[in-house]
Design a protein around this ligand. Structure first.
Ligand code: ZN
Length: 95
């Protein structure tokens, strides 16, 4: 896939009217639909569930805390996997 200045990171769509910028990533409408983004009512439901758990156990994370934890885990996991793949590429030059 040729890398253009503004294209969907997933499928490469370049039609401007279909493109969205989400948190610095360019994504087209069809790919955005497939993400399964939560509606506000779903997010509120989880906030409420986590708040109830926190009432029973003060050490329990809030929903926002849980999301922050998952984001940090995801970032570390991404970096670990990227290092592993880059290491393979580097070794392929010498073996
Ligand atoms: Zn797309």
């Amino acid at each position: 896939m040729e890398k253009k200045a503004n294209q969907c990171f997933q499928c490469g769509e370049t039609e401007e009217s279909l493109l969205n910028n989400m948190f610095g990533y360019t994504i087209c409408d069809p790919c955005k639909t497939k993400l399964g983004l939560f509606q506000d009512k779903t997010i509120k439901k989880y906030v409420s569930l986590f708040d109830k758990s926190k009432e029973a156990d003060p050490d329990h994370l809030s929903y926002e805390g849980e999301v922050d934890f998952r984001l940090a885990y995801l970032e570390k996991d991404y970096i670990k996997k990227k290092i592993k793949l880059l290491h393979i590429k580097e070794r392929l030059k010498y073996i």
